[in-house]
Ligand binder design. Structure first.
Ligand code: PRX
Length: 649
């Protein structure tokens, strides 16, 4: 099987860890040896070392009913206590848990003691609203402290959070509320984005009206101070918080108690509710956060720029850093508000030492030029991370040199919503770094690259990436749909987890990710489903048929490009393609969310189909990327691509 990769730069340099870095590194070669000698023992040791268990576990892994794994099953713990109370009890209550920076420049820092108290109060609020063990709570908030507080309060009482990214539409939110039958929604009046207040509460009102009636209350944080409508089910966060007791006794829950559901795009139109549980998840995110980011919690200031609406926000803004007692930065707004140097200003202000960001952001900073970051003091940085999409060697080198000053490690981390934590990454101070490659599975993780037929790819060929052994932070299922869980990830290769990514190994055995092999796109590091956008387009009254492809894009990695056939009754619109395609772009943004808005919508008379009626997206991708159109011999009508091409030009 061949998978294409763009080499933007022939970059063959390797970077050895500097002796100074290696001397202080948290990770060591020994981790690989220990994991190799006894993989399960390795994870059990880390689960005991990194976490505090109310009841110790005696069994590490139960894989008797694959693909349903149970890790540390007879152990009990409280995830929030592991992230908060135990640090206070260990004498670190005065350490800052996070410095929060609002987009307009207001800021607030929370120590571990203060954050613990806020979470206890919020836990009492939730309980007073009748939320209990196993209940689902939807969180639809901007990047404000209450987002973290809400997640931890939900975890503390053994309820299950479903965080929905604040950029999603009311339809998307309603379908997530319904799928999980959320009892409570936590939102804000609005949050700051690009210098303006972006209202959230009206979207929640709309979503709750559209949804099936599971929502009993909406808890509203005051942030934007924008005017909002008020209903009987609404409660102000600050009023409830002030009235709540700062004391809260936390109960321990089983290691396999559900912690959260996070919806992500798959190959069908319906997002999947990825389910994660407690003990295994927290073990792996704490382990990777410590070893991949070389965390020294007493001195480091760590910043992951991800939103809590995505898995990176769950694992590496909230759970990993707090379980490790780290000091973090959380930023509400966009990188370019009020000026293009906002990120660098934040790094200078808080003396950030570890930065974790997406290649899309790095590429857009590259475009703006180095003179912007060079106006700030970035010398506090000592480690850089990348996540969400392949980082091209050119961006890797720029990141290391312009942001990192030329000598600090850059770790490219491959993982997914489903894997819960980092799976493939260099270990800083240990691994020789190779720009563009995610390199090696972390200790305790086994992956392989397979041919379509399931045989391992020999040598340096490309193939399909699989995880060959269960891992602690693996998804435990798709909420309410065990069949889909089996079908999506396990049917193809039996007991091996099929990730949906293409990959190849180089001559040193290092892994290079080659992008998705299914109908999932990756736009700015966000996962989008072609099917979901197609069904949104088809729902518009103009549209008869639609096909969507992810076309490569210099900045965003991929961009959404749609090809639409209009209904005959709308033929008059054919005269004004520009207005029509603009209307359809807007429609997708309203239906799903702004991140899904197509870069282009082409109105075409036909779509390329095989004789069996399957749309050949490969040919549309050629067209969208301005390439020579590939082999068209399997098309039912081979002349159709000429017609479409002339239309697109
Ligand atoms: O295609 C891979 C890509 O992002 C997908 C997972 O998306 P999501 O679940 O939204 O999680 C993103 C944050 C972990 C993967 O299937 N991906 C993620 N990280 C990388 C990557 N592709 C290449 N290199 C990476 N480092």
């Amino acid at each position: 099987m061949t998978v294409e990769i763009d080499h933007t730069l022939e970059e063959i340099r390797r970077f050895r860890p500097s002796p100074e870095f290696a001397a202080q590194a948290v990770a060591s070669e020994d981790l690989y040896d220990r994991a190799k000698a006894d993989r399960l023992g390795f994870w059990a040791d880390h689960a005991r070392e990194l976490l505090t268990w109310s009841k110790p576990f005696t069994r590490t892994l139960d894989w008797s009913n694959p693909p349903f794994a149970k890790w540390f099953e007879d152990g009990e713990l409280n995830v929030a206590v592991n992230c908060l109370d135990r640090h206070v009890e260990a004498g670190n209550g005065d350490r800052v848990a996070f410095h929060w920076e609002g987009e307009p420049g207001d800021s607030k820092s929370y120590t571990y003691a203060q954050l613990t108290e806020e979470v206890k109060r919020a836990a009492n609020v939730l309980e007073s609203l009748g939320v209990g063990e196993g209940d689902r709570v939807a969180v639809y908030l901007p990047m404000i402290p209450e987002a973290v507080i809400s997640m931890l309060a939900v975890a503390r009482i053994g309820a299950i959070h479903s965080v929905v990214f604040g950029g999603f539409s009311s339809d998307s939110l309603a379908s997530r509320i319904d799928d999980a039958e959320a009892k409570l929604v936590i939102t804000a009046d609005g949050g700051y984005r690009k210098g303006k207040v972006f209202p959230l509460k009206p979207t929640v009102d709309d979503a709750v009206t559209k949804s099936g009636g599971s929502v009993e209350h909406v808890l509203v944080v005051r942030r934007g101070e924008n005017d909002i409508a008020w209903t009987d089910r609404d409660i102000w966060w600050h009023e409830a918080r002030d009235a709540a007791s700062p004391e809260h006794e936390a109960k321990a829950f089983g290691a396999e108690h559900p912690l959260f559901i996070l919806y992500t795009s798959g190959t069908t139109g319906k997002p999947k509710g990825i389910l994660h549980t407690s003990g295994g998840y927290l073990t792996q995110v704490a382990f990777t956060h410590k070893n991949v980011f070389d965390l020294h919690p007493e001195t480091d200031v760590y910043w992951s720029t991800a939103d809590v609406g995505w898995i990176t926000g769950h694992s590496y803004v909230v759970y990993g850093p707090l379980a490790n007692g780290a000091t973090s930065v959380i930023y509400e707004g966009t990188p370019d508000t009020p000026h293009a140097g906002r990120w660098w200003e934040i790094i200078e202000k808080y003396k950030v030492s570890i930065l974790y960001a997406a290649p899309t952001a790095i590429r857009s900073f590259m475009k703006q030029g180095r003179s912007i970051p060079q106006q700030f003091n970035l010398r506090s940085l000592r480690l850089l991370g990348s996540v969400g999409e392949p980082i091209n060697p050119e961006a890797w080198i720029w990141y290391r040199h312009v942001i990192g000053g030329g000598s600090i490690p850059v770790v490219d981390t491959w993982w997914q919503t489903e894997t819960g934590g980092i799976m493939i990454s260099a270990l800083p101070g240990v691994t020789d770094l190779k720009p563009g490659s995610a390199q090696t599975p972390i200790p305790g993780i086994s992956v392989d690259i397979l041919e379509e037929n399931g045989t391992p790819v020999e040598g340096e060929g490309g193939g399909l990436l699989v995880v060959t052994e269960p891992w602690p932070s693996m998804l435990r299922g798709i909420w309410g749909d065990p069949e889909r869980f089996k079908e999506t990830y396990w049917e193809k290769f039996g007991d091996k987890y099929f990730a949906g990514d293409g990959a190849r190994r180089d001559e040193d055995g290092d892994i290079w990710l080659l992008g998705r092999v299914d109908d999932v796109m990756n736009v700015s590091g966000h996962r989008l489903s072609t099917a979901e956008i197609e069904s949104s387009l088809v729902a518009h009254p103009y549209t008869a048929e639609a096909a969507v492809v992810g076309a490569s894009d210099e900045t965003t990695g991929q961009a959404v490009v749609a090809f639409v056939i209009l209904k005959e009754s709308q033929a008059v619109l054919a005269a004004d393609f520009t207005t029509t395609s603009e209307e359809l772009r807007k429609h997708v943004a309203t239906q799903i969310g702004a991140i899904a808005r197509p870069r282009q919508v082409f109105i075409v008379p036909e779509l390329p189909k095989t004789r069996s009626g399957k749309i050949m997206r490969r040919l549309l991708r050629d067209l969208a990327e301005g390439r020579q159109i590939g082999d068209t011999t399997t098309l039912a009508d081979t002349s159709i691509m000429e017609v479409i091409s002339s239309q697109v030009r």
